[in-house]
Design a protein. Sequence first.
Length: 157
Amino acid sequence: MTTNQPSTVDEDAFTVRRSIDIAASPAAVWQAVTDPAHISLWFGTTELDGAGVGATGTMSFPGYATIPLRVEALDEPRSITYRWNNDDALGTAPDRIDDDSSTLFTFTLEPSDGGTRLTVVETGFEKTSKPAVNLAEHAKGWVSELDKLVALLESGA
């Protein structure tokens, strides 16, 4: 399995960034970050009511509340941006996305030698109730989740 660097946190810009290399085609990586059935294999169980900008749905993780999710931007097959609520430390996420306290995460794909370079950037932590805590937790979370993505795609699944 490809070894990648951990996430970086920019406390001044309230962002988390992680770039990884995956020994898989951009088409395979694109499907893994845009198709709810594939996202559910490595991230959280994901459901969307469509495939384009404005599609809404949910993401759920064992032991946590269901998180509302919306596709905010799409530049197929280069990038996709999602908005999600993540300010529910007590497991009480609202039924709809709260634009005033939600964050955005963008997956950007670039072909690279032997596969794909995938970068995720999550922004908007300054709007959450606990910016420093959320930055640290999401920095760890992107390591765990994207490492699962690498393992899945590089195993040929």
